[in-house]
Write a protein that binds this ligand. Sequence first.
Ligand code: IPT
Length: 982
Amino acid sequence: MTDAPRGPRPTDPLIALRPWEAPEVTSWGRLPMNAVDRRSGALPLDGDWRFQLLPTPDAPVGGSWSTAHVPGVWTMQGTDDLPQYLNVRMPFPDFPPNSPAANPTGVYERAVDVPAEWAGRRIVLQVGAAESVLLVHVDGRPAGISKDSHLAAEFDLTGLVSAGAPSVVRLTVVKWSDASHIEDQDQWWHGGITRSVLLYATDPLHLADVTVRTSRDGSLRVDCRVRDAGGALPEGWYVSGELDGLALTQDAEFDRFNREDERVSDFLGEARLRTVVESVRTWNAETPELYDLTVRLHRADGTVADTSRQRIGFRDVEISGRELLVNGERIFVRGVNRHDFHPLTGRTVSYDDMRADLVTLKRFGFNAIRTSHYPGDPALYDLADELGFYVVDEADIESHDHAHEIADDPRYLNAFVDRVARMVLRDKNHPSVIVWSLGNESDYGANHDAAAGWLRRHDPTRPVQYEGAAKLDWAAAGDATDIACPMYAPLEECVAHALSGRQTKPLIWCEYSHAMGNSNGTLADHWAAIESTPGLQGGFIWEFWDHGILQRVNDGRPVGRGGAGLYDNGVAAPGHRWAYGGDFGEADHDGAFIADGVVFPDRTPKPAMYEHREIAAPVRIECFRHEGIVLGNHQHFRGLDWLAGQWELSLADGRTLTAPAELPDLRPGQTAAVPLPFQLPEDGGEAWLTLRVTTAGDEPWAPRGTVVCVPQVRLRRAAPRPALAVPNRSVEVDDEGLLVHPLLTAAPALSLWRAPTDNDELGGMAPRWRDWGLDALVRKVAEVRRSEGRVTVHAEYACAAGVVRHVQVLTAVEGGIHVAESAELPEELNDVARVGSVFETVAGLDLMEWFGQGPWESYPDRAFGAPVGHHAVPVDELFTPYLRPQESGGRHGVRHFTLSAPDATGLSVVLDEPRQVGVSRYRAADLTAVAHHDELVPRAGCVVHIDAAHRGLGTASCGPDTTASCLVTPGVHRWSWTLRAL
Ligand code: IPT
């Protein structure tokens, strides 16, 4: 128990009740949740409110007022209560249901002028979201209490306010409570009001709820619940409706005037409307067809008392065997986990921000969202309906730190059922919502079963999922999940489960491919398995955002709402940085684990997004056969007519030929051969054919011409390189056997180290590499042998785990130097980051051009989405500014490259075979030495890595590591390259 002093406001019943430590109290005076949208016609109460922050909920109000913006968290608005990032651990030691004595409490107050024309109407206050306990007073009188931080709370103020007169509305928000223990999500802790506040009025006779049921056969059923604020319903009310202007019919079976029918009551009106739409345009994520539904509640004289408008879609969801079907189709779930996040507000996301999130996701091939780990703003679902996303709607329940105790704690039973039920009551009419989720990481107990029971009865039209219920046995039936939705389960285990013959439920990872830092290795392996293994249907990448809060470096404060323009392209402006755990002086925090999204804090896509886009390609090159190119339509519902194409032929000799592409008319799942668009030139070497696919017209999420995917196929392999002529020239090395070259400021040396990625660190590899001393190899030259036109250097690189023998043969060739290298790794070094050469160039070489994979960053296990071609990127832009600096900017499969100055001088490197190449302004040691991007000082020259082998990225910061084929193993590695001046 906390022993906080009993407050000096004993007369206030809301305070006296101490609801912040009463889990049984989920609300008081709060109206039932419903699906009637009241946003239009409402009086918005967003803006600046009087504000004061109390040290405890029962401390006296009366100090000085400042202002706070609503919606907004006070932790981002200049108070001394700053954001804190913790993953699993609670921010206070008190056991559930207790909260700490020191409990910041925000008091928001403002006068509200209730419109005079609202006289006689029912007046309702809606608070969009407040964390974690909301107490409402109007003119000093208690109006209500609510918990459940990510859903709106509504209070009937009719008896408390007067139309045409001002009232003072006070919203008291208590930061810590019993509810915090079930809102222990992996994100920043804040306090405040995070979604809009509004006041609206209805007739006393009003639509209390509207429930829409549709099917892909065009049938529509609309169930209306009608109430009157006065109690008994007036005689003669009725409901009418229309769909896209066509009238709906009253359900004949349900006669509400028949008093014999026991369903007809005096105070709860129920009415049902129906229709069947001929030739219905069904809703799915590819073609999200919507219809406008209007429902009107009439008084006996025909006048309209209330209206509800919504956009609805016709679709079915069902589970058949181990398949999740949408409109009868086994869809693939290309999902992402999405939190409410914004770098300037912390938690509040505007309509435009939500739209931008979804547009970005659409452009990168995502078709599904899990609302991790709480329901989103109502607008998010409107946008998902409109733009086309399958939504797993998740209730606001995560009791991570005390999961086991809470799952069966009857004091929390109410809260579990309340949170699930309120989400369902609000979101049930959205076609985008195809699955309900009972929450996240809360073990599994009776409280879940209770919530699932309510849900299955109330909405039998959608499956239910809960990761915790299936955790122990993916095949178990009869529990609270219809879907096996593991988190981070290794791919092999999932495939084995699907092949075991024991699978009874569709397997869709609720979280996979942890996107922390430079990550998402093996994504393509996952999708190759998903698409070829019945029983696997996809998953949700963890996660969309890097939750970096924009922070001023000098005073450590969040910048807040005024910071627009203080970042660009993933990077904070000078003097600013993206704050992660610990940056606000938190004693307890979980560091950069909060920066694990596929987009930067400003929504700039990370390179992993391009990988995903290609994996999700709607049209693909299946193969190249003599008769031509076989194309396939990999969508579930749509033809190819919305796409346009252009062929590109990239030849190793530098040429790129283009030709318009005519995409065949293919239904989903169909393939067709098209003729090879080019006569392949006899010469030109290795040849790659790319189909650049763009939107043919404007899509709601992309203007015409937006790239959708770039599938490609190799038409011709590289020919063996001709033997190099050795002219009569010498190679210059210094006493240490290091190459002396006018374009190099540091000679090529052996590198076995990369600046550890988050996966390297948290997966335990980097600590091992450090123990081995790979970050500080000591080079000792053993022998330098000179012959005409050639120098052979034997060196030993010593580290704690042994000695790596390195041989470099430097040969003068036409126009330059050929470098042939080998490195012999002892058995002890059984998993290193890389084996390769590193050198540094003179300043001024600012442009990299290469033939290989690109143009964006790629690594051995994340290279599916980087097509082979001729690419050119300024050196400064090769680097990816991951929040915690780490290995970045690598390019996979590079065949040759140049680094040049504006006057076209510089150097070229031709590699013996496609290699991983990294060109950067930073040494690995520069990146390793700092914690934030703003601390880096770029070097004038280029740091160049050419790798014989480079370790895959994997996802070991939270999940599986890379595959065995992408590990760098002991033994002898050989590689060679030719350096020339341009
Ligand atoms: C899992 C959580 O569900 C998610 O919120 C996030 O923390 C993610 O991991 C990692 O970033 S839980 C994990 C302990 C398996």
